[in-house]
Design a protein around this ligand. Structure first.
Ligand code: PLP
Length: 410
């Protein structure tokens, strides 16, 4: 070991020892599994909280098993709204009655975008960016094709993201809707809020934010930022499990006029009347279409409990410390190998992960996965190091970057 490596090892040790959230990693299943050497992809699929194994088993045995159909009356019918309110209060800066949970992010994004566009008749453009997550781009392509609208593509710096100045240049009286990710899934660029919202609204347009890569890692204030609509995943930093349902937010000022296009019975006023003709339910229930995935809503509650206990401020602080530490390691060990940092260096403009690029990363990630070192690969040649503040340790971060260096040494 070189002196520098020893210094970093000491630093990881002391950062972990001084970490106010140091007890949380052990609360996740697999944290003591020797075959999982470093899990650096909690921003793609969060680890399971130990408490979730029990909560899910209890739900199957007692909730589903013994309450049976009565469970719907007793709890499940309102769960999308009660859990939505909890996510809103704890994570989104959203007053009650504006958030619900159900469907996938893709489906909710479609419903929100269509509902938003219907509120801006006569306007012909949707503003989006080339570096947004594919599902966001494809859905808006589909909607633009259906409605005969024009997509105004921003081409941000791929190591950064859409700046307020970029947005100000393209919005106009033709803009109906702006759709952006709060944290960019590849670069981790963190949008300049509330500035982005203010620019959108000055043009008379509406803002739909995708929170998949920020929720649970970065503080969010939808109400005070005057965001119109938002959507986000629960299986990334919220550890809800593969395919757990997404949440959707509609600002209270839009709720009376908001109508989404998938008119299912559970989002209708008086759904149990089974009556003729669709009328949207009052309030945020109108965002719901059909029966939501109750089983998929169970595990996320354990992460909400942990976040409530730890506090979002401490979580963001740890997240910044993790990405700063990872960047220091990358600078010392990987940049000499020709690795390029493709994330903002300013922590105020960066979410909870970092992306680094090198032409050999595709083959390297394959070998790392076999050894239980698990970052993810993002083409054309990026490694994304996801650092989930509740479950990732500084030691794990160090191990992950050291293993990448070992591969590059060969
Ligand atoms: C992960 C992610 C999604 C995922 O959408 P699904 O419908 O759950 O597959 C969407 N948008 C962004 C920005 C994401 O990071």
């Amino acid at each position: 070991m070189t002196a520098t490596s020893a210094d970093f090892a000491l630093r990881a040790e002391s950062l972990d020892a001084a970490d106010p959230l140091r007890d949380y990693p052990a609360r996740f299943l697999g944290s003591d599994d020797p075959e999982i050497v470093a899990y650096l992809d909690g921003n793609s699929l969060g680890r399971p909280p130990r408490a979730s194994a029990e909560r899910i088993a209890a739900f199957v045995a007692d909730g589903w098993g013994r309450r049976l159909i009565r469970g719907w009356d007793e709890q499940w019918f309102d769960l999308p709204l009660t859990l939505g309110d909890r996510i809103g209060a704890l994570l989104l800066g959203a007053a009650s009655g504006q958030t619900t949970i159900g469907d996938s992010t893709s489906v909710l994004l479609y419903k929100l975008a269509r509902g938003a566009l219907a509120l801006r008749p006569g306007r012909t453009e949707i503003v989006l960016d080339r570096d947004n997550f594919p599902t966001d781009r494809y859905l808006l392509e589909s909607i633009a094709a259906d409605l005969g609208l024009t997509l105004r593509w921003l081409e941000p710096d791929s190591r950064g993201g859409v700046t307020a100045a970029d947005l100000a240049r393209v919005v106009s009286e033709r803009t109906a809707l702006v759709v952006l990710s709060h944290v960019a899934y590849r670069s981790a660029y963190l949008l300049d809020m509330p500035e982005i919202g203010a620019i959108t609204h000055e043009a008379g347009a509406l803002l739909l934010l995708d929170l998949c890569h920020s929720v649970g890692a970065v503080p969010i204030e939808l109400d005070s930022w005057a965001v119109d609509f938002a959507v986000g995943c629960t299986y990334k930093y919220l550890n809800g499990g593969p395919g757990s349902p997404a949440f959707g937010y509609v600002a209270a000022r839009h709720l009376d006029d908001f109508v989404q296009p998938i008119w299912g019975w559970m989002g209708r006023a008086e759904p149990f009347d089974m009556a003729q003709g669709y009328r949207p339910a009052p309030g945020i229930r109108r965002l719901i279409s059909g029966t939501p995935a109750i089983l998929g809503m169970i595990a996320v509650q354990d992460t909400l409990d942990m976040i409530e206990e730890a506090g979002m401020a401490a979580i963001r602080e740890k997240s910044v410390a993790l990405t700063e530490f990872a960047l220091d390691l990358v600078r010392a060990w990987l940049i000499p190998h020709g690795v390029v940092v493709s994330s903002p260096v300013d922590p105020a403009r960066r979410g909870g992960h970092i992306t680094i690029d090198h032409p050999r990363f595709r083959e390297i990630v394959e070998r790392l996965w076999q050894r239980g070192v698990i970052p993810d690969f993002r083409g054309p040649d990026g490694i994304r190091i996801g650092l989930s503040p509740l479950s990732t340790t500084f030691q794990e971060t160090l191990t992950g970057v050291a293993e990448i260096r070992r591969e590059l040494d060969h």
